[in-house]
Design a protein around this ligand. Structure first.
Ligand code: SF4
Ligand code: SF4
Length: 470
């Protein structure tokens, strides 16, 4: 490997081919130098019970040479690529975890000898999009801390990570991600501008201006200060979210600096998860387009839930807290993103009649489903929070539980009236008759039909907890 190539590019595997990625084509979806971790105080969580991949070749040979008996605990991992085995660990931790919580491979043979998964960790969620590499932290295992104001950590320095990537390359096969916008270059330019804006946003005493700058950058395609109307728009959106949820957190919780720093630091990671998802296990790998407004509004909704976490008693909201709240509440955040919008069912989806919950909830669901028919909304143009609140339960807790269930039933099926007007939909007899029945059949009959239990009771699973799962 020439010295020039090592400095300027990263060698990796894409399928069976070897590819060189230029270092300037790496996108780190987290702020530069503002995440830190401490393996001693963590107790080496990632070295306990999670295993790691061992790549055939230099990595496998080095491990077998140094620790021949470890071959007994390696299992086939061909589902993760044809060139890998998985080292299965046993409680209480990895074979190479010393009493002092240091890695014996690292201690005896140096950093470069560590298994690749461990060397990259926690920045080991790596995906390819065209000629670009997108790097995210592991979603859950590592207790990442946002650096205190005015300080930096070399552990998450983009330059340091790039140097390490370029020096060692990536032996594992790097899977592809599927961007949710057609113009990938423009998409990446927006995301890079948002990461650049995180440095200043870490000092804010409210999250909303950062969400407004995301809205502005997404619309303008350039890093500028937030347009005043973007901030005003999100202030209004906040009020409507409060109506939908039945309450808003207090100003003290919305202004908690620790929570805001964690939110800002997690923002590029969450945006990357939304905008560059992995291919689904089954079905069409091309995900639906997503607009930048929706992403910024989901994050604004997330700031509300995070403030509620603080208000509920959580003294220190961390980067991990933010990611967990995001994964656990994704359908609700999708709904909150549209709280102030006039929305209707997408033309290209089937409207589920089945709705989990007691009879009054089924009836309300039918009323709301009817009110959100495109033909009905074309005349009324009612904002979503009005449509839902017109059918609200009197008890605020019961109502919140209903809103959550409705969010799961409607996830990915609603669209704004403006987008539905510009969308061409395919003719379908089934969807036409479904909508006709929903509009004209008696509500009692429809509510009876909504009685099959469990149709949309699924929980929102958190992302993988395995060290090398990402
Ligand atoms: S989980 Fe993070 S802090 Fe803990 S041992 Fe692993 S890398 Fe270190
Ligand atoms: S090999 Fe990996 S999992 Fe095992 S102790 Fe070293 S760093 Fe931890």
């Amino acid at each position: 490997m020439s010295e020039e190539r090592r400095k300027g590019s990263i060698q990796l595997h894409a399928g069976s081919a070897r590819v060189d990625v230029r270092t300037e084509d790496v996108y780190f979806a987290f702020p530069d130098g503002h995440l830190d971790y401490d393996c001693q105080s963590c107790g080496a969580t990632c070295c306990r019970g999670h295993g790691y991949l061992v790549q055939i070749g230099r990595e496998l040979n080095a491990q077998l040479r140094a620790h021949p008996a470890s071959r007994m605990f390696m299992v086939d991992a061909s589902d993760r690529g044809p060139r890998a085995f998985q080292m299965k660990n046993c409680p209480p931790g990895c074979f190479f975890l010393q009493e002092d919580l240091r890695c014996r491979i690292h201690a005896e043979h140096g950093y470069g000898a560590k298994p690749e998964t461990c060397r990259l960790f926690p920045f080991n969620h790596v995906r390819r999009v065209g000629s670009t590499l997108i790097v995210r932290p592991h979603p859950s295992l590592c207790p990442l801390a946002v650096t205190p104001p005015g300080t930096r950590s070399e552990r998450s320095s983009h330059a340091e990570l790039l140097a390490s990537f370029a020096q060692f390359g990536l032996a594992a096969i790097v899977p592809q991600a599927y961007p949710r916008r057609a113009d990938v270059d423009a998409l990446l330019a927006v995301e890079r501008a948002i990461v650049a804006g995180a440095d200043d946003a870490l000092g804010l005493d409210r999250y909303l201006p950062y969400a407004a700058s995301q809205l502005t950058i997404g619309r303008a395609g350039a890093a500028t200060t937030p347009l005043p109307d973007a901030l005003a728009e999100l202030e209004q959106h906040l009020v409507c979210m409060g109506r939908l949820l039945g309450a808003l957190p207090g100003m003290e919780s919305l202004g908690d600096r620790v929570a805001i720093r964690s939110l800002v630091a997690a923002t590029p990671t969450i945006r990357a998860a939304l905008l560059f998802p992995d291919a689904p296990a089954t079905g069409n790998p091309t995900p639906k387009e997503i607009d930048f407004d929706q992403v910024a509004r989901m994050l604004s909704g997330l700031s509300v839930l995070v403030a509620f976490a603080h208000e509920a008693g959580m003294e220190r909201v961390t980067y991990q807290t933010v990611l967990r709240i995001f994964t656990d509440h994704a359908p609700l955040l999708l709904l909150l993103a549209m709280a102030d919008r006039s929305v209707a069912w997408r033309d290209d989806v089937s409207i589920e009649l089945q709705f989990d919950g007691p009879a009054p909830a089924k009836r309300r669901y039918v009323e709301i489903a009817r009110a959100l028919l495109p033909a009905v909304q074309a005349e009324r143009r009612a904002p979503l929070h009005d449509v839902i609140n017109a059918n609200a339960f009197e008890d605020p807790f019961e109502n919140l539980m209903f809103v959550r269930r409705f969010a799961r039933a409607a996830a990915g099926k609603l669209t704004t009236m403006e987008s539905s007007a510009s969308r061409e939909s395919k003719f379908s007899i089934r969807r036409i008759s479904e909508r006709w029945a929903l509009r004209y059949a008696p509500v009692d009959v429809l509510a009876q039909l909504a009685s099959r239990r469990g149709a949309n009771a699924g929980s929102d699973a958190a992302e993988g907890h395995e060290k090398s799962a990402t």
